[in-house]
Design a binder for this molecule. Structure first.
Ligand SMILES: NC(=O)c1ccc[n+]([C@@H]2O[C@H](COP(=O)([O-])OP(=O)(O)OC[C@H]3O[C@@H](n4cnc5c(N)ncnc54)[C@H](O)[C@@H]3O)[C@@H](O)[C@H]2O)c1
Length: 309
């Protein structure tokens, strides 16, 4: 039987981790694509050389030619630049939208049957750009943010309670970034609502730290942004699709009236399986949570409008 194929466009920090983890987990053969000559080839060779130590069977190759993504089952887009000091949000939006548009056109041309997982920031807007440019069905295009934001939320809860992070089941909605909407009512510690274990002010400060989780790492690293946990998060989505796990993961998906929102990509819990986004799970929200989600979707819609998507 043929092994699955995953292409990763953008062989930078996040792309490298995605490729390494997919190989280690033997999920698929991997093609790393980048515009920098030699770099994706070098990373692919380096990852391949760890196969004898890690004992995985997966072919990893690097290329500067988009045509090599042909027949991919999944394409992960991590190509782009991170925001640097002095760069406005609009500058970032403009630069990354040109890169993501190019990558999406390549996916449409060479891998028309692939699922696309977008990682490039600003996440929800870039995912909408992928959807528009490829013209793919809405179950095939999704963005990674919620898995990472939840993982950050879970870690800080586990540390506060002094319990295993494995027993934290976090839930949050909304856009990646400032307008993320954590849902403590739906977050449990082995089934026990978080609201029964921590006071509201403590939960708020933990949620705030998760919301600023990316910025906290940028401030520490000074050059570049987070990539280990972002890479793991994208791979969890790849795995759920390739193994038809039907995990419920928060992903940025196209809403068509769900949660009273239409025509915008935003983070909500979805069932991820062999058909991609198989179901959008609608939870009952309070008026306050609904308003926060609406604000979040309006921020994405504003960016989408600025780009003229
Ligand atoms: N969604 C999330 O939660 C999340 C988390 C972390 C990072 N990110 C985003 O992911 C993106 C990548 O982050 P990184 O740390 O890997 O950055 P990076 O700079 O290490 O890697 C980006 C790579 O994209 C390549 N690239 C640029 N234009 C290209 C093109 N047209 N075709 C192919 N490749 C191209 C660059 O050469 C570079 O190697 C950034 O936009 C970052 O903000 C998102």
């Amino acid at each position: 039987m043929k092994r699955a194929k995953v292409s990763v466009i953008g062989a930078g920090q996040v792309g490298g981790i995605v490729a390494f983890q997919i190989a280690q987990k033997e999920l698929a053969d991997i093609v790393l694509v980048d515009i920098v000559e030699g770099m994706p080839q070098g990373k692919a060779l380096d990852i391949s050389q760890s196969a004898g130590i890690e004992h995985f069977d997966a072919r990893v190759s690097g290329t500067n030619n988009y045509a090599d993504i042909k027949e991919s089952d999944i394409v992960v887009i991590t190509a782009g630049v991170a925001r640097k000091p002095g760069m406005t949000r609009e500058d970032l939006l403009k630069i990354n939208s040109e890169i993501v548009k190019k990558a999406s056109e390549a996916v449409k041309a060479y891998a028309p049957n692939a699922f696309v997982i977008s990682v490039t920031n600003p996440l929800d807007i870039m995912t909408q750009l992928v959807y528009k440019t490829t013209g793919f069905k809405k179950n095939k295009v999704l963005g990674m943010a919620g898995v990472l934001d939840s993982a950050r939320f879970a870690l800080f809860i586990a540390e506060e309670l002094g319990v295993s992070v494995k027993d934290i089941f976090p839930m949050l909605l909304g856009s990646h970034g400032d307008t993320m909407v954590p849902l403590p009512r739906y977050t449990t510690v082995s089934g026990i609502p978080l609201t029964e274990l921590l006071p509201a002010d403590k939960i708020s400060s933990i949620a705030e730290r998760a919301r600023n989780g990316g910025a906290e790492i940028v401030a520490l690293l000074k050059t570049g942004s987070a990539y280990f946990a972002p890479g793991s998060s994208a791979v969890a989505m790849v795995e759920s699709i390739l193994k038809d796990q039907k995990r419920i993961l928060p992903c940025s998906v196209y809403l068509d009236g769900e949660y009273g929102i239409k025509g915008v990509f935003i983070g909500v819990p979805v069932k991820l399986g062999k058909d991609g986004v198989e179901q959008i799970i609608e939870m009952k929200l309070t008026a306050e949570e609904t308003a926060a989600l609406k604000r979040s979707s309006e921020a994405v819609a504003k960016g989408v409008k600025e780009l003229g998507i």
